[in-house]
Design a protein around this ligand. Structure first.
Ligand code: TUI
Length: 314
């Protein structure tokens, strides 16, 4: 899977993005992915402006290749992280978990390429009009904050609705998934769960091990009633959250309080019983810890071989 229009646009070797996983995607993981020829992405979600600046500095120490920053639009630090991205001359940002309208002008004026993560056709069309250079169509197989349409249904509908390149995300972790995404019209893929288990990923070992051991039905979506559904590995946390969510009379405040800090507890402290292990449905396929280079080269060469197979018609 060689260079294509997404690679040309971003100056990368392979059409593979690493998902901007909150509390997980730091400067070291982003640099490892970029050094392997993909697009590494630092998550700004859990950082204030200065913390993000530190991660950007770390990535710049480790790679000369382009890397991006993911701006989580629900972040309490969104204003300052947007400013840091502009000041640090970050080449490309992805936005997620909301409508980026309020920040588009500032980013584009600073020369930052903006790629929006969308979970629906209307938002894809809207961000194209606002100046996004591409969209990531993320299906509900993904880990973390999810919409409600699958990758299989979402990607071709977004491809038909916009004139900018589409990157597919959600449920992709191997060559077959990448080839399938390309057949749906995607020009690149974004993977989170696969890179969460990379050797260079600094997530707590307990979390990584739980993902490596997970089977096909081990994730669940909680938080629908709060308006931000989140997919994570089933554990005591998701069980108690679901029970509370289904109990009449539970207030949104009680639920928010339960969820607060849960991702940090799992990713940093390693509490995989009472923390939130956000993870995609494809975890059952992810059973080995590999380097980012192994992940990217295996998936791209495999996908290229699959896409070149001719279909025999008698
Ligand atoms: O953003 C993500 N995934 C995330 S963010 C995150 S951090 C978090 N922590 C606690 C609670 C909630 C989140 C963990 N995972 N993916 C990108 C994404 N964006 N998926 C879905 C969307 C999305 C959904 C609705 C984007 C826009 C949207 O509607 C916006 C609008 O106003 O129309």
């Amino acid at each position: 899977m060689g260079k294509n229009e997404i690679c040309e646009m971003l100056g990368i070797e392979y059409p593979v993005f690493q998902g901007g996983m909150a509390w997980i995607a730091d400067g070291e993981l982003a640099a490892a992915v970029s050094n392997a020829g993909g697009l590494g992405i630092i998550a700004a979600m859990n950082s204030n402006g200065e913390q993000l600046r530190q991660q950007i500095k770390r990535a710049k120490e480790l790679t000369n290749k382009p890397f991006g920053v993911n701006l989580m639009l629900m972040s309490p630090f969104i204003e300052e992280t947007v400013d840091v991205v502009c000041q640090e001359h970050i080449k490309v940002v992805t936005t997620g978990a909301g409508n980026p309208a309020a920040y588009m002008k500032k980013l584009l004026d600073a020369g930052v390429k903006v790629i929006c993560v969308v979970a629906s056709v209307p938002l894809a069309v809207m961000v194209e009009r606002m100046g996004a250079c591409a969209v990531v169509a993320e299906g509900c197989e993904s880990g973390g904050h999810v919409g409600d349409t699958t990758t299989m249904a979402l990607v071709p509908q977004v491809v038909d609705a916009v004139n900018i390149p589409v990157i597919a995300a959600g449920g992709i972790a191997d060559a077959r998934g990448m080839a399938a995404a390309f057949m749906l019209g995607a020009k690149a893929v974004q993977m989170g769960t696969r890179f969460l288990t990379a050797k260079e990923c600094n997530v707590h070992a307990n979390y990584k091990e739980k993902v490596l051991k997970a089977k096909d039905r081990d994730t669940i979506v909680t938080g629908k009633s709060l308006g931000h559904p989140v997919r994570a590995l089933k554990n005591r946390m998701t069980r108690e959250f679901t029970e509370k969510e289904n109990t009449p009379g539970t207030t949104p405040e009680e639920l928010e309080k339960m969820g607060a800090g849960a991702l940090r507890r799992a990713a940093i402290e390693g509490d995989v019983r009472y923390g939130s292990c956000m993870c995609g449905q494809i975890a059952g396929l992810v059973n080995t810890e590999n380097t980012c280079e192994e992940i990217i080269t295996q998936i791209c060469s495999g996908a290229a071989a699959l896409l070149n197979q001719s279909i025999k018609v008698s």
